[in-house]
Design a protein around this ligand. Structure first.
Ligand SMILES: Nc1ncnc2c1ncn2[C@@H]1O[C@H](COP(=O)(O)O)[C@@H](O)[C@H]1O
Ligand SMILES: O=P(O)(O)OP(=O)(O)O
Length: 176
């Protein structure tokens, strides 16, 4: 019987040179064509988070897809982290560097309470810049990041090194 990681690897699609030359894009959308696999992935995330998390924050947009299901199966709220200008006020913002230029993400500051134990969820951990900026947003709210969760981790980009100061609890379904 195949492991969950093997089933994910068999299902996702690698797209060379997308969205720009040199990037091997991990297209996770085929996972959503398979309800049994998706349910097993969500169940694994839920099992790894049970009892540890008060709020799940999903990063736009692919972090929303399993993120909201993980949150609601845990019985906790789901909060959106979005690119700048998409959320109505009150918001707080955090900017971070990209390979070329910078980006800003935002969260509704009313939806995270001080001392909440927060999971940050996204589809792919690459350089870690997006997840790190998300964690800084949570800290601005006075809450604590207790777990990061990703479907895929790209080991060669060492995103984990940017996240370890927040928590050692970094859950990934498959690493490359
Ligand atoms: N290789 C990739 N395939 C799909 N999506 C990717 C890939 N690399 C990055 N992403 C997206 O970008 C952010 C994470 O990037 P960081 O460098 O870790 O900030 C994540 O939301 C992915 O959807
Ligand atoms: O494709 P998305 O919206 O998941 O975001 P990103 O720009 O991080 O790939």
């Amino acid at each position: 019987m195949k492991t969950l990681a093997q089933r994910i690897d068999d299902t996702l699609v690698n797209v060379a040179d997308f969205p720009k030359p040199g990037v091997l894009y991990k297209d996770i959308t085929p996972l959503f064509l398979n309800p049994d696999l998706s349910n097993d992935i969500i169940a694994e995330f839920v099992a790894r988070a049970k009892g540890k998390i008060d709020v799940v924050c999903g990063i736009e947009s692919r972090g929303f897809l399993y993120g909201i299901q993980i949150a609601h199966q845990l019985g906790v709220p789901f909060v959106l982290i979005r690119k700048a200008g998409k959320l109505p006020p009150p918001t707080i913002a955090q900017s971070y560097d990209l390979e070329y230029g910078s980006a800003t993400i935002e969260i509704n500051s009313n939806y995270i309470q001080p001392h909440d134990r927060v999971m940050i969820h996204d589809d792919v951990l690459a350089t870690g810049g997006t997840a790190e900026a998300s964690a800084r947003l949570i800290e601005q709210c006075g809450a604590k990041v207790c777990q990061f969760s990703f479907i895929i981790q790209l080991d060669f980009l060492d995103g984990v090194s940017k996240l370890k100061s927040f928590t050692d609890d970094i859950v990934t379904m498959i690493s490359y």
